[in-house]
Design a protein around this ligand. Structure first.
Ligand code: 3HC
Length: 298
């Protein structure tokens, strides 16, 4: 019941064992989605503190669903029981699909992919990345199987927003993209937009310049934080204003995507505004650190 069957080269294979590397905001959301879909989920963390924080995130999110009457306590316990943690990526040997969701640092991502390539035994396993900043071809390039490497780009909060961008690089097999899409739609119940392996994919290439414009507007003194947000929520029916959204995404993430867009296209509207860079340097990363454009009392 909890298995997806997808066709590859005429043979049936099933995906029931997935791995998620990283258990921050996105990794925890993706792990929760997979566990609620009935999959066996192994979460890779770098240290015990990340495991504890990740487990707390997952438990808190599932508890909230139980509190709202959207999930039974039994289903919450069953989902949690399907999730285990490891600090050793060697334990990913039997995984059939992996989603990497570690921090957006090039060396860390490349290490993860090089290691997964060595340890994951199934030659058809899909190696996915939730990256929003790095070319998928570069991640595939450190493996011996770039044909199986795809972008699987979720949106924050991953448990709520229905879209996943599926990104094939110039080295990805078309069948890998098909299988990744089948996994996301049939098993996770999300919708897919396929995009090319270009900085920002579709969503961030449109969203980030808008968010950066809001920071520039704030810097110029045109309107205060709350008014900029109010203008877009009340004037355009956006669920949240741009500065709140930057806080939700994380200022560091927005800055990283901005850098990658600027590097690719060299267009000024993609470049990170100084205020954003300074706030990142000051550790004001948004909701996850308790302070960004707004404060988030713990
Ligand atoms: N985790 C799980 N569920 C959450 C959640 C979270 N962090 N935040 C909100 N929810 C759920 C709530 O439980 C609620 O569910 P219900 O309606 O079924 O009871 C539902 O989402 C709506 O939440 P609330 O009523 O509490 O609050 P809002 O109506 O204000 O919604 C929001 C919050 C879902 C965050 C909404 O404001 C929203 O969609 N904002 C836009 C977010 C967005 O644009 N994200 C994309 C960012 S881009 C990105 O991630 C890509 C990356 O590469 C940068």
């Amino acid at each position: 019941r909890h298995t997806i069957h997808v066709r590859k080269l005429g043979t049936m294979e099933s995906i029931s064992r997935v791995g998620v590397v990283g258990c921050g905001v996105m990794g925890a959301g993706i792990a929760e989605l997979c566990a609620r879909a009935g999959l066996d989920v192994l979460v890779g963390v770098s240290r015990p503190a990340s495991r504890d924080a990740g487990r707390a995130r997952l438990t808190g999110s599932l508890d909230r669903l139980v509190g709202k009457g959207k999930l039974s306590a039994r289903d919450r316990d069953a989902a949690l029981a399907r999730i285990s943690f490891t600090a050793d990526l060697g334990d990913f040997a039997d995984r059939q699909l992996v989603v990497e969701a570690v921090s957006e640092q090039e060396s860390v991502k490349l290490d993860v992919f090089a290691t997964l390539d060595k340890v994951v035994e199934d030659e058809h396993a899909i190696l996915g990345s939730n990256t929003s900043s790095f070319p998928i071809v570069q991640l595939g390039g450190v493996t011996s199987r770039p044909e199986n490497v795809v972008g699987l780009h979720f949106f924050n909060p991953a448990t709520v927003l229905p879209l996943v961008e599926v990104v094939g690089s110039v080295l990805t097999d078309a069948s890998t993209v098909d299988r990744a899409e089948a996994f996301v739609t049939e098993l996770l119940g999300k919708q897919v937009v396929r995009t090319k392996d270009r900085a920002g994919f579709v969503v961030n290439a449109l969203l980030i310049p808008y968010l950066l414009s809001a920071v520039r507007m704030l810097e110029s003194g045109m309107a205060p934080i709350a008014d900029i947000d109010k203008a877009m929520t009340l004037g355009c029916a956006h669920p949240m204003g741009p500065l709140s959204l930057i806080d939700l995404i994380g200022l560091d993430i927005v800055a990283a995507i901005s850098e990658s867009l600027y590097l690719e296209y060299r267009e000024p509207h993609y470049s990170p505004p100084p205020l954003l860079s300074r706030m990142v340097s000051g550790g004001l990363l948004g909701k996850k650190t308790g302070r960004g454009f707004y404060e988030y009392p713990r």
